[in-house]
Ligand binder design. Structure first.
Ligand code: FE
Length: 344
């Protein structure tokens, strides 16, 4: 496995880059906007293709690199379903998996620092965001933070992982880089409490100043959605209502860009073709599945995903490849279901 830990000294944030092999797919956790050039450089040097970018929670102390990475690499953005960020490609719930070639992370809902905090588990390590830090825990005094929820996330969930599990947090302010669950259980001062009430009292008396970037970072991190208006301005977006009419037409093929897990959860529009988003560009080539469908049968391509972000990127790729009639469903499956569209 390729594993890199980056540090942003302004916000003391750790960012993690993961891949199963050189030349393969990569995933990044908690990217920082100012460091995006560095990530892209390393991706190029290691011949990696970034396919997913995750934020463990809505950050208050730095501006996320999610939007910039999506603009530059067309990667899929991932956050928890509770997030207040306007648009991400995939919203995960507890127990969902986030996969790339050769690697599968399990999402563990660990609220407390914020109500949208998730940890991500690999067999030998866990990315704890700001829920569990090295010899510390994330503050719980803003963004719907809740020390009771955090106690449950720590004692009921993270500390249940095997002792030897490596702990990779989203921040460190003292220069530590990694710990283990066993080490934190034994030596983390915040975890030496005897009851939930003792933990709540401890957390409610930290009296920390607000993060310097907070008034800038939180609003910025809530508006990371792809400018779908740009795609709409070209006339490439259709409403769910329009899509319902289109779906019954013989010369239209609907293309589902989502992953199997999402398809199982929310259902599929009848008769749609499944092309997972990372495969779209390849598929649009003249010998690819979509290239063949569009060229040989003259069908119009109509893309959809969960919320309209991946499909907005796919429709741009389709037009760039010369498919002038390609469209996508604004708002994706969420809008389709709201419009009462049929699913199987
Ligand atoms: Fe945080």
């Amino acid at each position: 496995m390729i594993f890199r830990q980056f540090f942003d000294s302004t916000s003391s944030t750790y960012t993690y880059l993961l891949a199963s092999r050189q030349g393969g797919e990569a995933l990044i956790i908690d990217p920082v906007l100012e460091k995006v050039d560095r990530y892209i450089q390393l991706l190029n040097e290691l011949d990696l293709r970034l396919v997913k970018a995750i934020d463990t929670h809505l950050h208050a102390d730095h501006i996320t690199g999610l939007e910039a990475l999506r603009e530059r690499t067309r990667c899929i953005t991932v956050m928890g379903e509770q997030t207040k960020a306007d648009v991400v490609s995939i919203r995960v719930a507890d127990g969902d998996t986030v996969g790339i070639e050769g690697l599968t992370l399990e999402a563990l809902y660990t609220p407390g620092h914020t109500d949208d905090s998730y940890s991500y588990i690999l067999p030998d390590r866990v990315f704890t965001g700001d829920t569990l830090l090295i010899r510390g825990t994330g503050r719980t005094d803003f963004q719907n933070g809740d020390p009771r929820a955090q106690y449950a996330s720590l004692f009921g969930r993270l500390l249940k992982l095997p002792d030897q599990t490596l702990v990779y947090p989203a921040h460190d302010y003292k220069g530590d880089t990694v710990s283990t669950i066993g080490e934190e259980r034994a030596y983390n001062p915040r975890l030496q409490v005897k009851s939930i009430d003792e933990y709540v009292t401890l957390m409610e008396n930290l009296n920390l100043p607000d993060p310097k970037m907070m008034d800038v970072a939180i609003p910025a991190n809530m508006r990371i959605g792809l400018a779908q208006q740009i795609v709409a301005g070209h006339g490439w977006g259709v409403s769910a209502e329009e899509a319902k009419d289109l779906s019954s037409k013989r010369d239209v093929v609907l293309i589902d860009l989502r992953e199997d897990q999402e398809r199982r959860k929310s259902g599929v529009i009848p008769d749609s073709l499944h092309v997972p988003y990372p495969d779209v560009e390849e598929s649009l080539k003249s010998d690819g599945v979509l290239g063949q469908v569009a060229q040989e049968t003259g069908k119009r391509l109509v893309f959809y995903c969960a919320y309209g972000e991946r499909s907005a990127m796919a429709v741009q790729a389709a037009h760039a490849a010369g498919f002038d009639t390609a469209r996508h469903i604004n708002g994706g499956m969420q809008a389709w279901l709201r419009a009462g569209g049929p699913v199987t």
